[in-house]
Design a protein around this ligand. Sequence first.
Ligand code: GAF
Length: 375
Amino acid sequence: MVTTRAPGRVNLIGEHTDYNGGLCLPFAIPLATTAAVSTRPDDLVVVTSDGAGRWQGTLEEISSRAVTGWPAYVAGVIWSLQESGWAVPGLDITLESTVPLGAGLSSSAALECAVGVAIATLLDRPLDDPLRRFLAEACRRAEADYVRAPTGGLDQLASLLGAEEHAVLVDFEDPAAPRAERVPLPLCTAGLAILITDTGVRHELADGDGGYAQRRAECEAAAAALGVPSLRGASLDDVERLPEVAGLAHRARARHVVTENARVEESVDALADADWAALGSLMAASHASLRHDFQVTVPEVDLAVDAAHEGGALGARMTGGGFGGCTIALVSTAEGGAGGVAKVRDSIDSAFAAAGHPRPTHHLVHPAAGAHTLT
Ligand code: GAF
């Protein structure tokens, strides 16, 4: 038996860029999924999840892509590894998670990566850097081709490559071989932290007719109209030509992607200079772009971001796919004062109470370790 732990993530900046050949800067968080996995002598896979219940099926059912619903996230990883030539045996899998579901903190990637690392360990594959990158791609394929959630690859890379006090800078210019490197994010040393606020509004990325898939299609249409393989190849001047060739909405979507890539680059420079105020401003600009150009925020998310700024946060923005979910705020861990954890949290709670929304949930986090084996 092996027990593994794979974290969820927040994306510090670089949203809706991964499937556009762009840049993003996520980090792993302490909220995580644990998988206790052992091999079975038969061809059954039996999954017990603290949140979702129990499922069992055969390896054949899994390889014929017949599994749907929440077990598909597990089945998809097994299928993906089988497709890569791995002889995956029957398994007993027990899952526990502290990552809230559908909150934009990558509960699905945490689950996939915990299962992927467990299978690799049971098959005696050393969990080195190349294997982590291979598993990230296998888990992305599970989500895209088995679950049919048309997501990019940032969540799985963050869960597998995350490290304490580091973010992961990912460049998806070549989507088949994204370049990922760890970038120091010494929040603790700087007396800072990220306050995650879960607004309680839920989304569903696997809904093919949903907003996420629609945004992705709009970006692809914008790139096609410009004659480039992805929006990574577009400039702001190109984007201004879009109304004639595609439409106003396409111009706004493309403008977000092009300016967001630039903000990621500027954020990396700000981190190198320990210029936290500049990072905060870039987070705020990212949110404005997601709100007005990409249009993936909801009123509760905008309210949390505005209230975080009013409470003195250095910067705040939505994180993840949007249409609900969580915000992040860059806050001081010093006691009292504007921009401190308590002031920002209270400002958000008061704004939610005044608007008649249920009280949101908060998590104070620093960058945490990537997926690993516990026993
Ligand atoms: C979700 C997706 F899963 C990611 O691939 C990414 O596109 C993100 O939304 C938006 O940046 O988390």
